[in-house]
Design a protein around this ligand. Structure first.
Ligand SMILES: [Zn+2]
Length: 116
C-alpha cells in the first residue's frame, strides 16, 4: 500500500505517512487550519514506491537502448557484409571459373583481368 504525504496550501501543514489504497480518495481537510486545502505531494512511501518502478523503468529503457544499439550494429554489419557495388573481377569475366584462373600464372592472370 502506498504511503502518501499531504501538504496544506493555506497553512503549509504537512501530513506525512498516510497509508491509503490507490483507490482511496485524497485527503482534503487540513487538521491544522480546518480548510480543505490539502494536496498530495509525491514523497515518502509513494516516492520509494515510485523509485522502485522507476528503477525497473530505467532498466527497461537501458535494455531498449542496448537493444537498439545492437540493432544498429546488426544493420551496420549487414551493410558491410552486403556485396559492394564493385563486383569481384572474376565474376565479370564469365567463362573462366576461379579454379581455372588459379591455375594461371601471375602474368596470365594479369592478362586475363586486363583483356578478359
Ligand atoms: Zn492548513
Amino acid at each position: 500500500m502506498p504511503i502518501y504525504d499531504y501538504e496544506c496550501k493555506d497553512c503549509g501543514a504537512e501530513v506525512s505517512d498516510v497509508f491509503q489504497r490507490v483507490t482511496d480518495p485524497e485527503l482534503k481537510r487540513c487538521d491544522a487550519c480546518g480548510k480543505d486545502s490539502l494536496y498530495r505531494v509525491v514523497t515518502g512511501g509513494l516516492h520509494s514506491f515510485m523509485a522502485g518502478s522507476n528503477t525497473i523503468g530505467s532498466l527497461a529503457e537501458k535494455n531498449t537502448k542496448k537493444y537498439k544499439s545492437q540493432i544498429n550494429e546488426m544493420e551496420a554489419a549487414k551493410r558491410e557484409s552486403q556485396p559492394s557495388v564493385e563486383k569481384p573481377w572474376h565474376h565479370e569475366h564469365g567463362s573462366k571459373s576461379m579454379k581455372e584462373i588459379n591455375k594461371m600464372s601471375e602474368a596470365q592472370k594479369v592478362k586475363y583481368i586486363r583483356e578478359g
